[in-house]
Design a protein around this ligand. Sequence first.
Ligand code: HEM
Length: 296
Amino acid sequence: MSQYPDAHVAGSDTPNLDFAGTTPYEDYVQADVLTHLQHPLSDDPGEMVFLVTTQVMELWFTVIVHEWETASRALREDDIPVAVAALKRSVRELEALNASWKPLGQLTPGQFNSYRSALGEGSGFQSAMYRRMEFLLGEKSASMLVPHRGAPRVHGELEKALQEPSLYDEVLRLLARRGYEVPEAVLKRDLARKYEPSPEVEAIWARLYAAEGADERGGGQDGGQDGGQDGELLRLGEALTDVGELVWRWRNDHLVATRRAMGSKTGTGGSAGVAWLEKRAAKNVFPELWTARSHV
Ligand code: HEM
């Protein structure tokens, strides 16, 4: 029995129309809130898509942080399948995030200039959710909290994320629990600092990836069709590599969009602009997963 019987003829195949208050859709999605959060600062008709694309990306950052926190928790509980499932969801989400560059990828300097001055000192550099993503990837930096001193909730969340183990720290702790020789210095590192690559961790990944070939030849140390423990860790390594690749792509798509829209001008956030972004985009997250490949 419907809550609003007058709006639904039993057996009819048309949707309900009559709701006493807001629709259940609105109660769940809060679309009215979401679609009234757009307040362009200029009269330029092109600003709307710039603003909405930025908001859409913020939403994807939020989902991806949620997935990586789920994965971290699962790793802490030694549940690799749950962690890999969350990472794989995040890979699809990163693809959707990256596809969101489409509307902004070909801005001309003239189009961008039409609303750029209205942005004032506003810059994506001040995105707290992007910073949470970076912290989860192991790219910690206490100074990135400074812009958020005036926003207690955001600052508190970032402070917590700074002090907590990153997703990659959880991976390395799990490797250690599984008998791989992760150095003490890595396991006991200062979590609030940027993760620095370790030759011993690189050697562990190289060994795991080398074992894949051995498995295919039928001589895997754990045997079994899925490669046993090594196979499970290899799947984890590949899911992390997919994440790393797509983060690199986001950074590089952002770099190219910026280069097209403003050349080598300084950024609204006060950086050198493209020259600064080039350095940021050259980095690889989960560094040893990339360098280990040279030794397999
Ligand atoms: C074509 C439009 C865009 C241009 C020209 C642009 C330009 C820039 C520049 C120059 C910086 C360096 C910091 C500064 O001085 O401002 C920056 C940083 C950043 N932007 Fe954009 N941006 C654009 C679109 C976006 C969008 C849509 C997002 C989505 C949220 C975004 C997110 C970021 C983030 C997260 C950073 C910090 C990167 C880091 O810390 O490595 N940007 N952007």
